[in-house]
Design a protein around this ligand. Sequence first.
Ligand code: HEC
Length: 156
Amino acid sequence: MKSFALSILTTTIIFFTLGCGGDASAPAANGNEPKPKSMLAGEPDPMQDKGVGPITSVELGATVDEAMAEKGKNIYAKMCTACHKPTEKFIGPAPKGVLERRSPEWVMNMILNPEVMIKENAIAKKLLMEFNGSPMANQHLTQEEARAVLEYFRTL
Ligand code: HEC
């Protein structure tokens, strides 16, 4: 029985080693390796995810509303910079470029309703894990204030 288990183990190790050897000899860093599509196939497009909360639709103007962005910048400086830097990762992620990876509705819901977002929204849950379980704080902004912060994020 013992030797049977041992031979299974040995076989497994041989297969594993051969498998790894195969991978290691594959061409590296030529930029042509196929992406692991199978892992992405089932994932929904994050830009279509509006999150969970009071915001179901946000209209962004063709250009940034400078006055609104300025208001948002002040709110952000007061309420958010304990954990966020504008362009670098800090306790939370940098908001620079956030609208290229999230919908505007998702961003506002994350600001207004983070407790529910980190429980019910797949992207927010994953983000919480990435940030070692330190949760985004609800700063109790009004919808208008959150909208102004969103406009400020467009300028980063
Ligand atoms: C106590 C610290 C803390 C404060 C204060 C805070 N946040 Fe966060 N925020 C986080 C952390 C940590 C995350 C990432 C983990 C998570 O989502 O729980 C996050 C995530 C976010 C995200 C998602 C970013 C992304 O890349 O998807 C946005 C947007 C955000 N915060 C905006 C704000 C705004 C706006 C304020 C101020 C009104 C604010 N946060 C205040 C800690 C904080």
